[in-house]
Design a protein around this ligand. Structure first.
Ligand SMILES: NC(=O)c1ccc[n+]([C@@H]2O[C@H](COP(=O)([O-])OP(=O)(O)OC[C@H]3O[C@@H](n4cnc5c(N)ncnc54)[C@H](O)[C@@H]3O)[C@@H](O)[C@H]2O)c1
Length: 301
């Protein structure tokens, strides 16, 4: 299975289903050795089991690739320490962490419960911290020992995190946080040979089937724009040695459309040269808004 990730060791979290599963299979086809992590939970994060990760490992091995299954909870600092160790123990090294696992508990903000808020923030935001943090310990030690490091963190944000999404306040907050985390990781980790980029994908999975039912319909013929497999080539390329100079970027990928998200930028300022009085703010704000581009629509509005 030679390809652009030949010999690279990759952890994909949440790789038992949906987009992560497509990544794991694509990595194996590209020559990578894959740690297929998945807790096997329901769409709302409840339950759990080893079935989905095991099935993906079997599919990779049947096709001649190398993979192991791992059942760590991505938001457990201790369990993800074991996840990183499992990769190094099995394959002798680690090159790439793809943070992908997550679930949703959609609710309008006015009725979002504390437990739902905490669960969604935990799995996405803390879930993007834990595995990468342990991997960075390993990569920094390798770099300090003088061994070459050409490592990658690939995070999974969402259009919800870039533009907001009605009914998904906690999810949007977590995914926006993941985009910001990516910028900081890129700025801090380059010195150790680590890049960090994020993707905001769109694909038909159990997470989106109910939400975008029409958009997610399978075509009867031709290009299936919403197949999860359409997202993975970008992730495989970002994980490869070819992407070395690309860091701190957020890519949107939907079907055959690949674009770079242009994030928050400081707009042209209005200078007073002294502290504003509160009653001076109104006209300045109206003028700033009139001269700025309209924001993109929040999903669901
Ligand atoms: N499908 C889309 O259009 C879309 C859009 C934007 C962002 N995303 C993001 O892409 C990622 C993958 O989503 P998907 O659509 O493939 O969903 P999915 O439900 O098909 O897959 C998610 C997987 O993550 C696993 N998981 C959940 N919590 C876990 C935990 N604590 N530890 C380990 N594994 C866990 C689940 O068991 C599941 O197999 C998510 O981060 C999601 O927010 C998806």
């Amino acid at each position: 299975m030679a390809g652009i990730c030949d010999g690279r060791v990759v952890i994909v979290t949440g790789a038992g289903r949906g987009i992560g599963r497509a990544h794991a299979l694509a990595f194996a086809r590209a020559g990578a050795k894959v740690v297929v992590n998945d807790l096997g939970v329901e769409n709302d994060g409840t339950g759990g089991g080893t079935g989905p990760a095991g099935e993906v490992v079997t599919a990779i091995r049947t096709a001649g690739g190398e993979a192991i299954a791992n059942g760590a909870d991505v938001a457990s600092f201790e369990e993800t320490r074991g996840l990183v160790k499992a990769a190094i123990d099995a394959f002798g090294r680690l090159d790439v962490v793809v943070n992908n696992a997550g679930f949703v508990r959609d609710r309008m903000f006015v009725s979002a419960g504390e437990d739902e808020w905490d669960a969604v923030i935990r799995v996405h935001l803390k879930g993007h911290y834990c595995t990468a943090r342990h991997a960075c310990d390993y990569w920094r030690a390798e770099s300090k020992a003088g061994r070459p490091v050409d490592a990658r963190i690939i995070n999974t944000s969402s259009g919800a995190g870039l533009q907001g999404s009605v009914g998904q306040s906690a999810y949007s907050a977590a995914k926006g946080g993941i985009a910001a985390l990516t910028l900081v990781q890129a700025a801090e980790l380059g010195r150790y040979g680590i890049t960090s980029n994020a993707i905001a994908p769109s694909a038909r999975t159990r997470m989106t089937e109910g939400v975008f039912a029409d958009m997610m319909k399978k075509p009867e013929n031709g290009f299936d724009a919403m197949a999860p497999e359409n997202v993975s080539p970008l992730v495989v390329w970002l994980a490869s040695a070819e992407s070395r100079e690309v860091t701190g970027r957020v890519f949107e990928i939907a079907g055959g459309a690949l674009s770079l998200a242009d994030g928050w930028r400081t707009g042209a300022p209005f200078y007073k040269g002294a502290r504003y009085e509160a009653d001076e703010i109104g006209p300045v704000v109206r003028d700033l808004i009139a001269k700025s581009a309209a924001p993109q629509k929040v999903y669901g509005t």
